[in-house]
Design a binder for this molecule. Structure first.
Ligand code: MN
Length: 347
């Protein structure tokens, strides 16, 4: 009898040994791929902690997080510049709690509107939360980890603040003051045009992260100015198209974009219409949805992200963001309804 038990014990021991999971060593940063704040946040995390970078847009955010969750080598996860919506916030917390149970360290750094309930849940599962809606994400990454970062990273953060319209904030403006304003503006702008124009080229976006992490200036990377010039030319041609095809409702102007990004057209829709709210949307055939960009004028007093978030969820999509700049994913068949109800909610 006793012999049998010993044998069984030995067997179990070997079993656990062969079954033991690979050692968790990997650092991953998941960040927003569509603008300079997301790319720059990823670059500063890369400079401070090394590791791999996963760049995502809002439609692909949860699929990417799911894939990261299944990486058995993951030890440390950073999530940067990715806001949550009513639609995905619960599954976001769920995935993060599963990772926390596996002792993965998680730092979530962001500046989008965040549901208080979700904030509490994230604190409860001990996700390190760095969240200030008044500074861009990269400035917050810089502040949190500056002891591990080069002087150059303050420049990258200043550029990110410019492109997120947050260079007038307390910490953002302090960083910009270190540098010549025009020098920072042109670098921020060249960087942005190279990011926007390479959305379908993930390797180039990762290359940008790498180069910024290695203290390179956007103006110093080969062909960035030439590429930006082409993008600016495309943008100029959008002005004419916006004038021709934008449509007005009482409280907003809108336009379907066919051949550029929605975010490139939306500022022209806002500006040229004279309305307080501009909407541009573009079909994403791969997801069967419309990617929607929304902008508010300076005199718009309504927090647009907080209206768009529940409205998009109601229509089976998702959305949210800032007071004067936000976005949504809307099912293809619901776009007219979205515009109609958004217009009503703005009055
Ligand atoms: Mn941002």
């Amino acid at each position: 009898m006793a012999k049998k038990i010993t044998k069984a014990k030995v067997k179990t021991k070997t079993k656990t040994k062969t079954k033991s999971k690979p050692k968790r060593t990997k650092v991953i940063c998941m960040s927003h791929k569509e603008d300079a704040d997301g790319i720059s946040s990823a670059a500063l995390i890369r400079e401070a902690f090394g590791g791999d970078c996963v760049l995502v847009d809002y439609p692909g955010q949860m699929d990417a997080l799911e894939a990261i969750k299944n990486d058995e080598k993951l030890k440390t996860l950073f999530i940067c510049d990715l806001g949550l919506s009513n639609k995905n916030q619960d599954s976001f917390v769920k995935v993060l709690s599963e990772l926390r149970k596996k002792k993965v360290s998680i730092t979530y750094i962001d500046h989008h509107d965040l549901d208080k309930k979700i904030l509490k849940q994230l604190e409860k599962i001990k996700v390190k939360l760095i969240h200030d809606i008044n500074e861009c994400t990269t400035v917050q990454v810089y502040d949190a980890f500056k002891s591990k970062l080069s002087q150059h990273s303050s420049f990258v953060a200043a550029c990110a603040a410019i492109t997120d319209y947050m260079e007038d904030r307390p910490r953002g403006s302090k960083l910009l003051q270190i540098y010549d304003r025009q020098f920072a503006l042109i670098n921020a702008t060249v960087l942005t045009f190279n990011i926007v124009g390479h959305q379908k080229d993930p390797d180039y976006l990762l290359y940008l992260v790498e180069e910024l992490a290695e203290s390179k200036y956007p103006h110093d990377l080969p062909n960035t100015f030439e590429f930006a010039q082409i993008q600016v030319g495309k943008l100029a041609s959008i002005i004419g198209k916006v004038k021709k095809s934008m449509k007005m409702m009482k409280n907003l102007a809108y336009m379907e974009v066919l051949d550029s990004g929605a975010s490139g057209a939306v500022n022209f829709v806002l500006g040229l219409s004279g309305k307080d709210v501009g909407v541009a949307y573009k079909e994403r055939v791969d997801y069967g949805i419309y990617a929607v960009s929304v902008r508010g004028s300076k005199s718009c007093k309504i927090h647009l992200g907080r209206i768009v978030n529940p409205l998009a969820t109601e229509l089976g999509g998702s959305g949210g963001g800032h007071d004067k700049a936000c976005g949504a994913v809307i099912p293809k068949s619901k776009i007219k309804q979205f515009l109609k109800e958004f217009n009503v909610k703005l009055s």
